[in-house]
Design a protein around this ligand. Structure first.
Ligand code: GRF
Length: 316
């Protein structure tokens, strides 16, 4: 399977970047680092990345507007083919445009147990508060500083006599372990059945009077006490794929869809011509389209009364 392409942004030492980069050298690592970029041409991490054969880019942000600078970094990331961004000690606030352009594709590591101690001086804050544990968090980046959904954390015990420096040094060891693992999970989650099922479930159950049951061992969505409109299929009869099965709206539609994209659509065994399978494990699923197909499938089985309600809702 192709490795996910990650761009790393740094401002200084770059030890987390190094940890990501060394983890990426293992053949089983699901990501590769395609660019290390810095807002400070003197950032020490750049030398290491260059020595390891990773392309680098550096540009000082001094005297530039935030959005203007971010556009330069964004262009470099995209030119390098990055699909994800990992912030690793990147000491710049990001413009909303940049954050929006990498929505759900950008992670950060922060040296505290978020939501505690956002911003700077996190180690001293944990000591001052008399906490028994400090730690680090990896989170998805949103427009609020250090605020996006936390993906993983490691607790680090505070020792008697710890100073901010001694604590920071120990947390850094934990950071290096945590970041690469979390990034690896993050870039592969779009192929993980549990994550795919959660996304299908969220969309299917949002439809009027939809419920979930298990049928033939498959999570299956239908109208309460009525017909089924979607099945979540995972390695069904050993086919090795993850997909959603939905009803087609016309007899020819199944053939037409398969014809248009034979890698994605297929005729589900034992379901007949009225259904089509859509693979979800190709890594490029268009979730708006899945939502649309679920809705169409729901319409195929919904009783008239419900359909009328849906039509009224659609007008708004
Ligand atoms: C790390 O403590 C990281 O959690 C924080 O900035 C520091 C960067 O260190 N965001 P390095 O440049 O990765 O060595």
């Amino acid at each position: 399977m192709a490795k996910a392409k990650v761009g790393v942004l740094i401002s200084g030492r770059g030890s987390n970047m190094a940890a990501l980069l060394y983890a990426a050298k293992h053949p089983s690592c699901p990501y590769e680092i395609v660019l290390v970029a810095a807002n400070d041409p003197q950032a020490a991490g750049l030398t290491l990345a260059t020595a390891e054969g990773v392309p680098t880019f550096a540009h000082s942000h001094k005297g530039m507007k935030r959005a203007e600078f971010d556009r330069i970094i964004d262009a470099q990331l995209r030119a390098a083919g990055a699909e994800y961004v990992a912030l690793a000690g990147y000491m710049r606030l990001l413009s909303p445009e940049f954050v929006a352009g990498w929505e759900n594709r950008m992670l950060n590591i922060h040296p505290s147990l978020l939501p505690k101690y956002k911003g700077l001086d996190t180690h001293q804050k944990a000591l001052d508060a008399g906490d028994s544990h400090a730690g680090c968090s990896v989170h998805v980046v949103t427009s609020e500083l250090d605020d996006g959904p936390v993906l993983a954390q490691t607790e680090v015990a505070i020792l008697p006599g710890d100073t901010a420096d001694s604590l920071a040094a120990r947390i850094l060891i934990a950071e290096h372990q945590l970041y690469s693992r979390t990034l690896a999970d993050f870039v592969t989650r779009e192929r993980q059945p549990e994550w795919l099922l959660a996304r299908v479930r969220e969309r299917a159950l949002a439809l009027p009077q939809a419920d979930e049951v298990t049928s033939h061992g498959m999570p299956c969505f239908g109208i309460e006490k009525g017909k089924k409109f979607a099945y979540f299929s995972q390695d069904h009869h050993g086919d090795g794929i993850v997909s959603v099965l939905v009803k087609t709206t016309a007899p020819e539609e199944q053939a037409m869809l398969i014809d248009s994209d034979p890698d994605r659509y297929y005729r589900p065994a034992y379901f007949g011509d009225g259904w089509v399978g859509i693979r979800l494990d190709l890594g490029d699923t268009d979730w708006d389209q899945i939502e649309d197909r679920l809705r169409k499938s729901w319409r195929e089985v919904a009783p008239r009364k419900l359909l009328g309600l849906m039509d009224v809702a659609d007008e708004f």
